[in-house]
Design a protein around this ligand. Structure first.
Ligand code: NFS
Length: 641
């Protein structure tokens, strides 16, 4: 076991300790068991693409070694990178496709329990797509918008429709580089085709295709998912809730949703509040039903309904090991198959619900939108029935729990900053121009067992806050900082630099804004675009004093997000690095050369203090280029530095 505790979150350390005492295995033990990590794979130098290999390229060899087909380290590493981006894009975009269908079926009255909650957004997005909105019923409009957005996946002409939202300068760069995504599915397919054995062997050409695919994610799949989820389930508004394992209740039926698609969990949210459901739970001896979540499904029902969050990615098994969960309902992505082994030691029922994702040894309860509410009710009943099987004597719930405010969006956050009823980015831009705020940074992404759980997120964010940087977050990074208490408005006084404190206090927002799930990184793209439109801090995303960071990255989705951020002009600090370190050429292009094409680059830096310094230097450099006023308050870089 490593020197440091597995996590910087006390609840996680305790729950892990408790699990170990019972001889239960978690991701940390399995990770130890697979060490050493394969260095060829880690560097991106293991090629498994054809069946002559796998070929492994020794990076230290004096003469250049090539795979059997003649592919060298640059080709191999670029192909591996491109495939990761394709998989990440596929995940976000398939999610979006599902939401398009849900919108259509909602309009057709076929999706039980759903209705269009944000009519205003429905009209706005329909308008944007040139659909006639006058004298059309909302139901018809929902159907037509769903169908129109579905075209983004397979159209044979034109390009992904939301790209037009980007600032002109960025659109021109994309056009010049030849990376305007045509259709989402097409870009994923083309990544797979080009990386097939014996097709594209030129690293830059491969990476530009990866860019085209990633843009189809950020300005395509992810944006469609966010926008339509707002339309169907309602746009988030600031909402209070609680976070960490301590939200599990000893005297209630604990139901935890986990994964990414909110379609079923939104209905569980509705059903969990129905009087007859609560009555049923009481008839089983429980005081009520406590619905909560893990990972991004959690973020979705938090943002819109205020349900509490049990934890982030690395806490999924530990939630079960508390012995307090009656039912864990999983859909897609970031769901560890290891949950099955953990659940087998407890009364916890684990069920898979998506046609796309099954786990050996786990009951599959197919979710059907046509009977969504009935399906949700039956799941909750099943959970309540399971309450009597719980062994209360062995339940061990860590007491850690924290308050938070979530629910910020590109539309509402700066509505607040405006301090008026008109949504305007003026006060935000003014705060940046006058040196109260240094800039805005999106800290996003996963947990990774290779990094002390939550440590990088918190270390980085703390330093940013102290240096007057407004932080916006999504995904598991958001959950990490929420647990630390930085999503309470009071946190500004406790931790933020003076300038940031002033802004937070005037507007009444926390210094770290929860902007949702990982598909909601598209909200950050929109917010940056609005900052450009408001004027005074750059003509293009690449000129803004902004940056992105994913410092505990784990999934292929994170790689796709990193790439679309960079291609959109947002310099991105990312670690652990994607598997490109074995190719000096690919490394050089991603960290330097790409800047010429898109106005931003990657930084692969593992030390969160260094990342903080790098980001601050980056923001200052952008400020200098824009000739903005010096920072109003000078303070030491950071207590911890
Ligand atoms: Ni994002 Fe959200 Fe978490 Fe990483 Fe997984 S839950 S989609 S991939 S681990 S942040």
């Amino acid at each position: 076991m490593s020197q440091h505790p597995i996590s910087s979150d006390p609840a996680t350390v305790k729950a892990h300790q408790h699990a170990r005492e019972q001889n239960l295995t978690t991701v940390w033990e399995r990770h130890e068991a697979v060490k050493p990590i394969c260095a060829f794979g880690d560097l991106g130098l293991c090629c498994t693409i054809c069946y002559m290999g796998p070929c492994r390229i020794d990076p230290f060899s004096a003469e250049e070694i090539r795979g059997a087909c003649g592919a060298g380290r640059d080709t191999i590493s670029a192909r591996n990178f491109t495939r990761a981006v394709a998989a990440g894009t596929a995940a976000h975009s398939d999610h979006a496709r599902g939401i398009c269908h849900t919108l259509i079926e909602t309009g057709q009255g076929k999706a039980q329990g759903y209705r269009v909650m944000d009519l205003d957004k429905l009209k706005r997005v329909a308008d944007e797509h040139g659909l006639k909105t006058a004298d059309v019923s909302f139901a018809d409009l929902a159907v037509r918008l769903g169908q129109r957005l579905l075209e983004n996946f397979g159209q044979s002409e034109g390009s992904v429709s939301f790209l037009k939202r980007a600032p002109k300068g960025q659109q021109e760069r994309w056009e010049r580089a030849g990376v305007l995504p045509r259709a989402i599915d097409r870009e994923v397919v083309e990544c797979l085709h080009r990386t097939h054995e014996g097709v594209d062997a030129e690293y830059r050409s491969l990476i530009l295709q990866a860019v085209r695919c990633a843009l189809a994610d950020g300005w395509g799949g992810s944006m469609i998912a966010t926008e339509l989820q707002d339309v169907i389930f309602g746009s988030p508004r600031p909402i209070r809730s609680r976070v960490n394992l301590g939200i599990l209740k000893k005297d209630q039926v604990n139901v935890v949703v986990h994964g990414h698609e909110p379609v079923l969990s939104e209905m569980l949210g509705v059903a969990a509040r129905e009087p007859q459901m609560l009555e049923y739970a009481r008839s089983k001896g429980a005081e009520g039903i406590n619905l909560s979540g893990i990972c991004c499904t959690a973020n979705e029902i938090l943002m819109r309904q205020g349900f509490p969050v049990a934890g982030n990615f690395l806490q999924q098994e530990l939630a079960i090991s508390t012995g307090a969960i009656e039912m864990m309902v999983v859909d897609v992505q970031c769901v560890m198959p290891g949950l099955q082994q953990m659940a087998s030691h407890f009364h916890t029922k684990l069920i898979t619900t998506s046609d796309k994702a099954r786990i050996p040894g786990i009951e599959h309860v197919p979710f059907n939108e046509h009977e969504a509410l009935d399906c949700a009710r039956s799941i909750l009943k099943n959970a309540a029935d399971n309450f009597v099987r719980r062994n209360q004597a062995s339940v061990d719930i860590p007491e850690e729990v924290m308050d938070l405010v979530a629910g910020f969006t590109a539309e509402n956050t700066f509505h607040h900053l405006g301090g008026t009823f008109r949504s305007t980015y003026r006060p935000l831009n003014d705060a940046i121009m006058s040196g109260r705020l240094r800039g805005v940074v999106g800290v996003v992404g996963c947990n990774n067992v290779r990094v002390q759980h939550d440590y990088n997120h918190k270390t980085l964010v703390e330093e940013l806050l102290r240096n007057d940087v407004l932080v916006v977050e999504t995904g598991c990074a958001a959950i990490a900082c929420a647990k630390e208490g930085w999503m309470r408005p009071e946190a500004a006084r406790e931790i933020a630099g003076k300038g940031l404190q002033e802004i937070c206090e005037v507007v009444g927002i926390p210094p770290v804004l929860h902007m949702g799930s990982c598909v909601d990184n598209s909200r950050i793209l929109i917010a940056c675009t609005e900052m450009v439109r408001e004027g005074g801090i750059g003509e293009d995303l690449s000129q803004l004093p902004v940056a992105a960071a994913a410092v505990e990255a784990m999934s292929e989705k994170a790689v796709a997000i990193g790439l679309y951020a960079v291609a959109s002009g947002i310099t991105t600090f990312f670690s652990p690095a994607p598997r490109v370190l074995g190719s000096p050429a690919v490394y050089e292009y991603l960290t330097q050369g790409i800047e010429k094409d898109f106005g931003a680059h990657w930084v692969f830096e593992a030390d969160p203090h260094e990342v903080a310094r790098g980001i601050i230097a980056h923001l200052d450099q952008k400020r200098t280029a824009l000739k903005l006023e010096p920072m109003k308050y000078q303070q030491p870089l950071a207590r911890t530095a």
